[in-house]
Structures are given as C-alpha cells and as structure tokens.
Design a binder for this molecule. Structure first.
Ligand SMILES: C[S@@+](CC[C@H](N)C(=O)[O-])C[C@H]1O[C@@H](n2cnc3c(N)ncnc32)[C@H](O)[C@@H]1O
Length: 311
C-alpha cells in the first residue's frame, strides 16, 4: 500500500492480491454478456485499456472483441505489465495482444487510433482524471467507444451496514461518515485521486463532446452467510481475515487514511477516537466469525459509463 501517501505501488503484494481477488467476484453471471451488448462490442475491434494492471478488462471482454482484434494494455507499472503479458497467451487466442509501458496522461497512440478505449478503477486514483479522460477521447476513432468502469467508493462508505454486528451509536456513525468525507478531501489535496470520481464521469464525457452517453450500476450483491462454504464466501472470509482481522494490515490502512484525514483538515484526535470504536467492532466480528454467527450483505456503487466520439 502507499507509504506516506505516495501513489499506491500496484506491484506491492497486498494490492496485487486485491486486483486478483476482487476481480473474481465483481459481476453477477450474465451481466458481462448484457454489458457487451449494451456497449455494442463486436469482433475485430482495436481496444486500448488504460491502467490495465493485470489485464483484467482485456480478459473479460476478449470473447466479445478479440477474434481478429487487437488489445493493447497500457500501464506505468512494469511489474504488472510483465505479469499480465506472461498470463495473456491463455486468453488471447485468435487475436493480437500487447502490453505497453505508458502514462494515462500521454497515451502512446496517434489521434483517432482505437475502436474502444477503456479503463477500470484507474480514474479514481489519478490526480488529474479529466486530463486522462481527454486523452482517452483523443485516441478514440470518430464513432469510437469510451468505456469507464469506475466506482464511487466515498458514497459507498457512507451507506448503512446490513450485518450482524451491533449498530454504532448515532454520534459515532456521524463521526465515521465525517471521517470518510474529510479523508477524501485530503486524498484529492494530496493528488491521490477522488474516490467519488466514478459518479462524475458522465458529466465530464459530456463536456468532452461525447454522444450516446449511458451509465449502468453493478448489480452484484455480496452476501456473507454462515457456514461460508461457497467458493465466493470462502474467498471473502479469507479476505476479511487479511484486510480487517489482521491488525498489522488494518493499522497500516488506518495510518494511511488518517494522513488523508489530517491533510483534509481533520482533527487527528477525532480519528483516533473513531479507531478505538472501530477496533472493538472488529474484535466482535472476529468472535462472530469464529462462532459462525457473522453475516453481512452489501451492494456496490460501481458504474459502467459509456460514450461515443462523434463521427
Ligand atoms: C486499481 S488498478 C486497476 C487495474 C485494472 N484496470 C483492473 O481493473 O484490474 C490501477 C492501475 O492503474 C495504473 N496506473 C496508475 N496511474 C497510472 C498512470 N498515470 N498511467 C498509467 N497507469 C497508471 C496502476 O499501475 C494500476 O495498474
């Protein structure tokens, strides 16, 4: 994870694990078929994936554009590019694939190059996402498609929990929401991105002159119910163990968030007060999981936004 609020190093083990783990559970079966048809994907497209990471978007949509097509994953993390390139022969039959080192702010393509320019969970991490979106539009062909899959993690963190843990008192709930809001202000100030940016993309695409703008939300509901015996729940329990119950990892994430809260103008004493309460709840969660009593259910605010460059 990012140390001292430097940009995240996506080749760091814990973040890379997240790219693999989360991606396995992102969509309800059948949704990708529906999305591919809504997007109007067709075989033989030239597709550019900005901030491709391990190549998940290419892998996901290859069956809809890959025959006779060309997928180019762009990232500024060499380690991820190497790993993505090594894995790609498994899924890129019938077309061409390249993984290229490059910046989202200066794509290594001429104007009007690609049929499809896409990204997933990249804009929310950029200091200047509008600039990167303009670059995506520049390299799309006239009539070409822009597709962004980006969340609004801030709004998601402000929603109410549905779980077996006791509710916090109202004052603590408000404090937690305040911390999320101020931390995002700090995050933006530090140049680490805007966790809410997914929600803003349709507007930005409109200002960039795109047409046929549309938005869908991910319809996946994540359930965690004892005895946690489906592959997805086993996976989720393992992740909860690593991200939440592991005190070292939790403390690192908290330290990272605390710095953002302070950068946003928050009072560190307030953060520390909230953390004590949050730590108590984590211990209750640990007990409930061990006793097979813990359950939770949550949706997501993960948008799929499309727009078309004017012909
Ligand atoms: C959260 S990961 C998403 C990876 C992939 N799109 C996925 O959904 O699995 C963000 C990716 O964006 C890349 N990235 C961040 N800033 C970038 C920039 N300025 N130019 C190019 N890639 C960047 C990171 O290296 C990382 O691989």
């Amino acid at each position: 994870m990012g140390k001292n609020n430097k940009p995240i190093d996506w080749s760091d083990k814990c973040w890379k694990e997240m790219l693999v783990y989360q991606r396995k559970m992102l969509w309800t079966e059948g949704t990708i078929d529906n999305l591919a048809s809504w997007l109007g994907l067709r075989q033989g497209m030239t597709a550019v994936d900005i901030g491709c990471g391990l190549g998940y978007l290419g892998y996901t949509y290859w069956p809809y554009f890959g025959r006779g097509g060309h997928y180019i994953g762009i990232d500024n993390n060499l380690d991820n590019l190497k790993q993505a390139g090594e894995a790609s022969p498994e899924w890129t039959k019938g077309g061409r694939t390249d993984f290229v080192n490059g910046s989202a702010y200066q794509l290594p393509f001429p104007d009007n190059y690609a049929d499809l320019v896409m990204c997933q969970v990249v804009m929310i991490h950029l200091a200047e996402p509008e600039k990167a979106l303009a670059e995506m539009v520049r390299v799309a062909k006239p009539g070409g498609l822009i597709m962004c899959k980006e969340p609004d993690n801030l709004s998601a963190s402000l929603t109410q929990h549905c779980w077996s843990l006791p509710d916090f008192d109202v004052e603590t709930q408000l404090l937690m929401k305040k911390i999320h809001i101020i931390s995002n202000i700090g995050r933006i100030k530090l140049g680490l991105g805007d966790a809410s940016f997914g929600r803003k993309i349709p507007h930005v695409l409109k200002t960039l002159g795109l047409v046929d703008i549309g938005i869908r939300n991910n319809d996946k509901v994540h359930y965690l119910d004892p005895p946690y015996d489906t592959p997805m729940m086993k996976n989720a329990i393992e992740r909860v163990g690593k991200d939440i119950l592991d005190k070292n990892r939790r403390d690192k994430l908290s330290a990272w968030e605390r710095e953002q809260f302070v950068a946003g103008g928050g009072d560190p004493a307030e953060y520390d007060k909230m953390k004590i309460k949050a730590d108590d709840v984590v211990e209750e969660m640990r007990t409930q999981i061990e006793q097979g009593r813990y359950h939770a259910c949550a949706g997501s605010m993960f948008f799929v936004i499309k727009g078309r460059k004017k012909s």
